[in-house]
Design a protein around this ligand. Structure first.
Ligand code: SAM
Ligand code: SF4
Length: 352
């Protein structure tokens, strides 16, 4: 039995920072990489229409990193100065032994080099895990939710139960975890509901971030008829709300606004209509151990092959440094009628 088979039994022990970071993980454009997103599985219990095909073919188990391998690579990144780690998928909470990984990584919080351990989840299994996540030091999570209408939720997720997600949110909030809602803006399906969703989230003290659909991975149907420009949506919201730009930058693709009437924060992720690359501080590790230094480019470094070929932690660190040095300046998504996905990899493999 590996440590990952058992549910976490005790609170994390904080360890001193063993590594120093004499030279931070810098790219050729002097951007410092301090944020890693790790997809822990390509599998999911939902099949959101914009994310996956209905009959997804998932990866053979041997191709997916073991939890020990995931922890090892994450630790090398922390040694290189990564301070924020987000676990995602697929759906992270469907991976067997996942809470053991959270427990192992949580030991790097509080003086172990890591400042923040977070999660992006669809929320279906959150009710079950919220208290343990909180105990292990997870202070914030992102929960993806595109509608508050049970029937539409079932349609958009191809079978999901909205009640589970709402129960998960309640449990997380009760456990003291700050929840941010991520909502993909869909021209046909939820465009009219977005103001009500913002009011609902802000009413409960939760931020909400809207995401434009990105052309990642083959899905059935045409994504272009669902594309909703957030620039246009912002104009619509400004016709009845007072929107104030916030200077906040997380080094990610979101821009933030305060809505005076609700008092809450709204994030806008607009990869299609704006370039967010100049301040990008993040890289992504797929569940197969491929490092992508840009969500919108095909650059890739196969850390799994190195690791399974016997590479030392220093070898891995060297490969990561080299990959980061080659981080592209920016991306170039296009979405247009008849065009295929800009990139063939799915968001569920890369981690959103
Ligand atoms: N299963 C988890 C969830 O849904 O939160 C984590 C993985 S999911 C791939 C991460 C985020 O990516 C979700 O907020 C989802 O809505 C978003 N996403 C998936 N496919 C997308 C696409 N093609 N365009 C924009 N956002 C997408
Ligand atoms: Fe699953 Fe998240 Fe993709 Fe939906 S967006 S299918 S919940 S991985």
């Amino acid at each position: 039995m590996t440590p990952y088979d058992a549910p976490p039994a005790q609170a994390p022990v904080s360890t001193p920072v063993p590594e120093t970071t004499p030279d931070a993980l810098l790219d050729a454009f002097a951007r410092r990489v301090s944020y890693l997103r790790v997809s822990v599985t390509d599998r999911c219990d939902l099949r959101c229409v914009y994310c996956m095909a209905e009959k997804m073919v998932f990866l053979p188990k041997a191709e997916v990193l073991s939890l020990e391998e995931l922890e090892r690579i994450a630790s090398v990144f922390i040694g290189l100065g990564v301070r924020r780690l987000r676990l995602t998928g697929g759906e992270p909470l469907v991976r067997k032994g996942f809470m053991g990984l959270v427990e192992a990584l949580s030991r790097r919080l509080d003086g172990g080099g890591l400042e923040e351990l977070t999660l992006t989840t669809n929320g279906t299994r959150l009710a079950h895990h919220a208290a343990d996540l909180a105990r292990l030091g997870v202070r914030r999570i992102n929960v993806s939710l595109d509608t508050l209408k049970p029937d539409l939720f079932r349609t958009l997720t191809r079978g999901g139960d909205l009640g589970q997600v709402l129960a998960g949110l309640e449990a997380a909030r009760a456990a003291g975890i700050a929840c941010k809602i991520n909502t993909v803006a869909l021209a046909r399906d939820n465009a009219d509901e977005i103001p009500a969703m913002i009011q609902w989230a802000h009413g409960l003290g939760m931020d909400l971030t809207l995401i434009e659909t990105m052309p990642l991975g083959e899905i059935e149907g045409d994504r272009t008829d669902q594309y909703l420009s957030l620039t246009d949506l912002r104009i619509r919201l400004a016709s009845f709300w007072t929107l104030q730009d916030l200077p906040l930058s997380t080094g990610g693709p979101a821009r933030y606004l305060r809505i005076a009437e609700t008092g809450g924060r709204l994030g806008l992720i607009t990869p299609m209509s704006h370039n967010f690359c100049e301040s990008c501080n993040r890289v992504r590790l797929t569940c197969t151990g491929t490092l992508h230094t840009c969500l919108g480019q095909d650059d890739a470094t196969d850390l799994r092959a190195l690791m399974r070929g016997g590479a030392s932690d220093d070898d891995l660190a060297g490969a990561i440094r080299a990959a980061v040095m080659g981080k592209p300046k920016g991306h170039d998504f296009r979405i247009g009628a008849g065009e295929g996905p800009a990139l063939t990899r799915h968001m569920s493999t890369t981690g959103g």
